[in-house]
Design a protein around this ligand. Structure first.
Ligand SMILES: C[S@@+](CC[C@H](N)C(=O)[O-])C[C@H]1O[C@@H](n2cnc3c(N)ncnc32)[C@H](O)[C@@H]1O
Length: 243
């Protein structure tokens, strides 16, 4: 099983730290699109976490199942109203089977990048495809690698700078590794943690989908379905298992 980077204090702080991403203005369009894609079929969330998306999606009438490797994140989901109604399989979403198929499998908030090798990301697409009923859709929300915004010759880019928080992304173009360094000041003490990722380009994801027997359906710059262009910083991509 991969390392659980969300254990303990990270899980305890997750909802506060990602409050912006839990804003109804962010969650609403995501849930609208996912509910539309699921239709009357059920959905599987890979990396369900504390239920930021799964809970409102289930409240919209879509039956949701989750996979997550972090027992502490799943405990936070369980403690929320409606959380007990969402079955979660604890395991690695690159290879864990829940033993049934769905109309929709989705993986949001850059979580594909938590798989730090190409092999694991390819395996994840294959696992997603195995969980799709014929005609079912796989949705990934992930950032576009920010390499063109790095100052010339530099490998580090800040993503959060405030009086109490500093976040730095460190890129290694030779390995496609990205390490996010988080520094926080709390009660006069500085804490630091670094999380490893593998950044991945949209075209590489299309190839992974093709290897898994899926075909491209849509690519937008966000959940509001605005067009994906050369300036887009994120994308929401949809592939389909042929009917
Ligand atoms: C950034 S959080 C996203 C949680 C939730 N999807 C959301 O949008 O708020 C990533 C989640 O994926 C889980 N995760 C990361 N790598 C995983 C893996 N290989 N298998 C299963 N879960 C994983 C983490 O434990 C964490 O709960």
């Amino acid at each position: 099983m991969p390392v659980d980077h969300f254990a303990g204090a990270v899980a305890a702080r997750y909802d506060d730290d990602s409050a912006e991403m839990s804003d109804p203005a962010v969650v609403g369009p995501a849930v609208d699109l996912l509910a539309e894609l699921a239709g009357d079929r059920s959905a599987l969330e890979l990396g369900i976490g504390t239920g930021r998306i799964a809970l409102p999606l289930q409240a919209r009438g879509v039956r949701v199942h989750g996979i997550d490797l972090s027992p502490d994140m799943v405990a936070r989901l369980r403690a929320k109203p409606g959380g007990e109604q969402i079955p979660v399989t604890v395991g690695d979403f690159a290879c864990t089977s829940v033993g049934r198929t769905f109309g929709l499998v989705y993986l949001v908030f850059n979580t594909i990048m938590n798989l730090t090798t190409q092999n694991e990301q390819v395996a994840c697409f294959q696992n997603a495809a195995r969980h799709l009923a014929p005609g079912g859709r796989f949705v990934v929300e992930v950032g576009v690698p920010d390499l063109q915004r790095l100052p010339p010759g530099e490998t580090v880019r800040p993503f959060t700078v405030s009086a109490t928080r500093l976040g730095l992304d460190e890129y290694d173009v030779a390995t496609q590794r990205l390490t996010s360094h988080h520094y926080a000041v709390e009660a006069g003490r500085v804490s630091a943690r670094s999380i490893p990722f593998r950044y991945v380009w949209p075209a590489e994801l299309d190839l992974m989908a093709r290897l898994a027997g899926m075909v491209p359906v849509s690519r937008w710059a966000g959940w509001d379905r605005r067009p994906f262009t050369g300036d887009s910083r994120t994308h929401v991509s949809v592939w389909q298992r042929p009917a």
